[in-house]
Design a protein around this ligand. Sequence first.
Ligand SMILES: C[S@@+](CC[C@H](N)C(=O)[O-])C[C@H]1O[C@@H](n2cnc3c(N)ncnc32)[C@H](O)[C@@H]1O
Length: 260
Amino acid sequence: MTPPLPSDAPRCIRADSREPSGYREALGERRASLLLTDPPYCLLTRRRKGGDLRDPRAHKKIDQNPIVRFETVRDYRAFSEAWLTRALAHLTPDAPLVIWTNLLGKEPILTAARALGYPHLRGEFTWGKRTTDKNANEQTLRVYEVALVIARTPEPVLAPGDLPTVWAVVGGYDDDGDAARWGSHPHHKPFSVVEPLVRTYSRPGETVLDPFAGSGSLPAAALRLGRQTACLEIEPEWAERVTHRLRETVAAYPPPPNGT
Ligand SMILES: C[S@@+](CC[C@H](N)C(=O)[O-])C[C@H]1O[C@@H](n2cnc3c(N)ncnc32)[C@H](O)[C@@H]1O
């Protein structure tokens, strides 16, 4: 039997990110210094000519296929507005938003963020995902998703001695074997892809908010790098899996004694 969690152990709250209760449970009075999240992508419902769903199974058992589909881009825009409105209320005023999306989702997310007081797209962080195409002489990369980096203010100008901001990374779907261990979520992100985002947009000890935890790649990466996490996930099976993953991460990468 799994031992009970100590009350301060990180956990994933089973909640709908469009509702206020999950944020209150995850954060209490704390505010997060970074929103780093991977909401459902802007994937539209696939229908046959007569109007029937092309893939009804995907709408039934979300644990086997945690993909949400939207009837129209307008619906996706409304969804983005709903969860962003809730999440932004729990951030510090200068917290950046780092939001993963597929290419069709970029415009609705940027529009929603702009309307809520975050007008500056500082850049797009691109994941060049290694494909399995075999060719002795070249490697094909596939760009399916990017992380939009959005803020209230423009990107600060770098001083000559500053390191450059990382805007692209190359990696396979499961380079470190974590996806296979934690349910093979279709939108899993390997640590090497998440690491530059956590390091660039937060400091050790700060709290990183992820209202769409999935299999927990983003909060697990944040914990591993000495940040605190607050996360939500609507599907109970995935939320429970993330709680176990976070507990293992803390055991493997204990936070420094002074919390920073
Ligand atoms: C793109 S996936 C996240 C994948 C995650 N980054 C990972 O590495 O596994 C989006 C997740 O959001 C969850 N979700 C969908 N609608 C939600 C909602 N309204 N509130 C909270 N979670 C939701 C889905 O169940 C899915 O697991």
